[in-house]
Each structure stands twice: as C-alpha cells, then as structure tokens.
Design a protein around this ligand. Structure first.
Ligand code: 1HN
Length: 351
C-alpha cells in the first residue's frame, strides 16, 4: 500500500530529490529503529581441525616478515569481505614460526591476543617482552609499539581480537611502522606484572597506558586456579557457570576500553540456562568440549565445540551453553562500549 508505485506523486518527489542527496525518512524509519536488534551477523563456528591446515599452508606460502602479520581472519559468514566477525569486532588466528619476527608497528586499534597453540614466542609492548603460553590473555594497548618474535620450537598460534570495525566506524584510525623490525627492550620481562599484578600498585604511578590496563599479560595458570577454586567452593551461576571478567587493577573496570574479556569454567554436566545480550561475543575454547545452542531471528544453530575451536555469538542471539565433560572458555565482546554509552542490555531467560 505504501509502496511508491501506489503513489506516483511520491515516487516523482523521491526521484526529484535524489540528485540533491535527500531521502525520505518515512520509507526507512522501521529499519532504522527496529523494535529489537536485527543484526545481519550470524552465529558461526571455526573448528581448529578445519583452520589449522590453512594456517600451516599460509606458513609455507608467506613469511611473517613479508605478511607483516600472518593472520587468517575469521569473517562472519554474513559479512564476507568486511574483515569483521561482528559489526564491531575483528577476530583472526595468527601464526608465527620459529625464527620469525612480526615487525614492530603501532596503531590506535587496541588488540588482544589469546594464546591457542604452542609456547615460547614473545610479544613486546612498549619495550617489555612477555613470553606467551596457551591460555594467556595479552593486551596491546592503543598506540603502543608491538612486535612478535619466536625463538623457541614449534609453530605458535594465537587469537587476535581487535576493535578494528569500531575505529573504522568512527574514522579514528592512525598507524605507524617502527624504525626497526624489533623494538628495543627497555624493561625486564615481568616488570609490569610485578608492579600491577599483585593487588598492589606503585605509590606514585599514573596509568602508563591510559584507559587500558597496565598489566599486559594475564597468565592462564592464575586464571585457571581461580576458576577451579570457585567451581569447588562457590555457587555455580545457572547461566554462566563460573565466569570472571579481566579487570584493570587501577580502576576495577574493564582491562581494555573497547573490548570486554572473560574466562569461564563450565563444570562437568553443566546445562546452562539461556540468555541474550546486546554485545556480540567471540569465544575461544581453551579446554574441554561442549555445545552452544543459539537462537535468533535467523533461526537455530547448535555448535559443538572442542579445544581450540572458535565461535561467534552475535548481538541479541539467545545462547545456552552445555558441557558434559566440563570446559574452559575465553571470550571477548564490545560490552565496555555498550556500557559507556548506556545501551547495554542483557536478558537472563528461564530454561
Ligand atoms: C595487528 O597489529 C596484529 O599486532 C594482528 O599482531 C592483527 C589486524 C589488523 C591490523 C593490525 C598484531 C591485526 C593487526
């Protein structure tokens, strides 16, 4: 009824105004303010068995030095060509081989690394190195110099999570290359963790990385201990199991200003209740296996996951997690931005 073909006068009006870069709101109003989020993004799973052979082939096809960053981007199936896993988040799996260096650069986009396979490679952030082990969560704060190198054995793979689509949305991206492939080391390894990672802080320090946590490596060993102790000694949340968020020790807030990061343990036999939230999330399976049941306006999906698999749960998709054997899941989302803007919503639904 409202179609312009039923209203030749309107159709003529639209045609006449179009060259002046004008468009009538009433034709698009419904789509602009939907009654609830209608993300084009879909839920998706990347099993490690599928991805790893392509990573290794990439390792033979190009060096880290030549690629700058040898990464396979996890693209949302509904956003092919956009280098995005949700409308606001980027995800990729990066490979570094023994003897390689991914050269130093810096950019306004913030990055996290979540270590998936191998150990012994390092990342350096503004003059301090940290050696990476599986399950470690590592931050490259906005505009800090960073390079990666691998002087140990065996291929090393990690998940890169960045806020690239957000910075693109705001047209706020800047980047520079370092003058040398490897930045100069100025601070012994572990200094940041000693300063800020023991529930204490230097008396006269201010935040070295602005809104980002001054701890740039959160070792898995500690996170794992905390989750297992809580599984033993504290109530299990019916939706999340045992779930903790990574914090900035100087503020108690998010570790990163644009990306919320979490680690959770689902006890053996866990059957989670469904929930949905406006922040889309990317999951990396650390240990164990389980099933993510997802429901949205796109339909239903059932993602069976095991160690080193990755999956994405977009905005306002209802998620229910279950695990018969028990598992540990890392995840990140754009929740800090939703919260800063006062638009975050979560619904915890009954089973
Ligand atoms: C980047 O700097 C890294 O430092 C990884 O490892 C992935 C994707 C886009 C832009 C910069 C890294 C990236 C990236």
């Amino acid at each position: 009824m409202n179609h312009p073909s039923h209203h030749p006068d309107r159709a003529q009006l639209y045609a006449d105004m179009s060259p002046h870069h004008l468009t009538p709101l009433w034709e698009v109003l419904h789509a602009l303010v939907p009654p609830q989020p209608q993300t084009p993004c879909v839920a998706a799973l990347w099993t490690y068995a599928d991805v790893r052979p392509f990573l290794m082939r990439a390792g033979a096809a190009i060096t880290a030095q030549e690629a700058i960053r040898r990464v396979l981007i996890l693209e949302n199936p509904a956003l092919r060509g956009h280098s995005a896993v949700t409308q606001s988040l980027y995800a990729g799996l990066q490979l570094i081989l023994p003897g390689e260096v991914a050269p130093s650069h810096r950019h306004t986009q913030s990055a996290l690394r979540f270590i998936v396979e191998g150990s012994g490679a390092y990342t350096a952030v503004d003059g301090e190195r940290t050696t990476m082990q599986p399950g470690d969560f590592i931050i490259t704060p906005s505009m800090t110099w960073h390079d990666h190198g691998h002087e140990a054995q065996d291929p090393m793979v990690w998940l890169d999570g960045l806020d690239i689509p957000m910075l693109r949305f705001f047209d706020a991206g800047f980047a520079e290359n370092g003058s040398a492939a490897m930045q100069q080391i100025k601070t012994p390894e572990g200094t940041s963790l000693a300063r800020f990672g023991h529930n204490m802080a230097p008396v006269r320090s201010s935040s070295p990385y602005g809104k980002t946590s001054p701890i740039f490596s959160y070792p898995y060993a500690r996170t794992r201990d905390a989750l297992h102790q809580l599984e033993r000694d504290a109530p299990i949340d019916a939706w999340d199991g045992v779930k903790l968020r990574y914090t900035n020790p100087l503020t108690g807030g998010w570790a990163m200003p644009t990306l919320g990061t979490f680690m959770q343990r689902l006890p053996a036999g866990f059957k989670g209740q469904p929930y949905r939230q406006t922040d889309g999330a990317v999951f990396s399976v650390v240990e164990g296996s389980g099933i993510a049941y997802i429901e949205s306006h796109h339909g239903k999906a059932q993602l069976k996951f095991g160690p080193r698999d990755h999956f994405v749960v977009p905005s306002w998709h209802t998620l229910r997690l279950s695990s018969s054997a028990g598992c540990v899941l890392f995840s990140y989302s754009d929740r800090p931005v939703h919260e800063a803007l006062g638009i975050h919503r979560e619904e915890r639904l009954p089973a």
